[in-house]
Design a protein around this ligand. Sequence first.
Ligand SMILES: Nc1nc2c(c(=O)[nH]1)N[C@H]1C(S)=C(S)[C@@H](COP(=O)(O)O)O[C@H]1N2
Ligand SMILES: [Mo]
Length: 372
Amino acid sequence: MTTVDGVSPPARLADPDEGISIEELGLAARNHALPLEALRYDVTPVGLHYLLIHYDIPDLDTGTHLLTVDGRVEHPLTLDLAALRARPRVTRRVTLECAGNGRALLTPRPISQPWLSGAVGTAEWTGTPLAPLLREAGLAPDAVDVVFTGADHGVERGVEQDYQRGLPVAEALREEVLLAYEMNGAPLLPQHGAPLRLVVPGWYGMAHVKWLTRITVLDREFDGYQNAVAYRLRSSADDPGVPVTRIEPRALVQPPGFPDFMSRTRVVRTGPCLVEGRAWSGHAPVTAVEVTTDGGVSWEAATLDPAGPEADGRWAWRRWRYEWPATPGRYVLGVRATDASGRTQPVEQPWNRGGFANNLVQRVEVVVTGSA
Ligand SMILES: Nc1nc2c(c(=O)[nH]1)N[C@H]1C(S)=C(S)[C@@H](COP(=O)(O)O)O[C@H]1N2
Ligand SMILES: [Mo]
């Protein structure tokens, strides 16, 4: 493990009155969110999809890029993009959400990429399934984890590293997992992992390794930084915690009416108001969505649109709608998704040291004006 001294500030929580720093602003400007009005699209236009890039976007050439499969396999493989494109081709609609979504709304606030609630997007990912490739390489019977290495390189908390994530073999062998080279029908853009990335439907974003160069099968659990240190749910700095894995259920409101420039408070006119948005979960299909217009005191059932065809429906968000008879006043709108595993969204913040998996119910401030 190579360490670099003097560049990484220690992990910490913001003081009670501490604002967002220049460093956090820098991260937020590089890594943009989905503008919430873009919840209107079933498939997020590529430029509106959120972005999260730990280091720099690497400079890769699609024509010469190679993917190596090695480690605990019988036949190590090296493939170029033409060889990957010649393999079976599959398109899946998948909702991706950053594990840090909602972090900046926590109290105390973990200092890192300061997401509000828009670190989510849905794309049609096209590529070739990973499992047949692993089987052709011949997984050793003692295989435990599969490590995916990206071409990007940086320092985190003093540890110099390539971006790497390990996935348990059983997850890597799920038929839905893709080596993707297209997003929404066009070659991947540089910021989304061109020319090749991993897509692990149902898992938080950190598992979907971009700029993929190497797949290495290990006979033990991967103990690299992004698995052993970074993406863990810890209650305190010395708690070893548990790994961040699948996406917790969440629904978001596509904010109704029109916004105030600075506060983003919504202005809605008196009368019937269609409140709509999206709901998703990486654990199990969403089964119910409820809306509140009084900040969580009372809840009403929303109508869920039918899920799409199986290949599309399971891993992508679903639209929901609710008819709200808006009368003059101030309101706090929110929405809560429940999935078939029984998981639902909390009304108290689910706090952990890294600010991960915060699926606290959203708060959308609305002023309904008297004039029609
Ligand atoms: N190589 C590499 N892969 C990566 C990352 C990264 O920084 N480097 N960020 C991860 C994180 S934390 C997220 S949330 C998703 C974001 O994917 P997107 O930018 O295409 O939305 O990519 C993941 N894959
Ligand atoms: Mo992320």
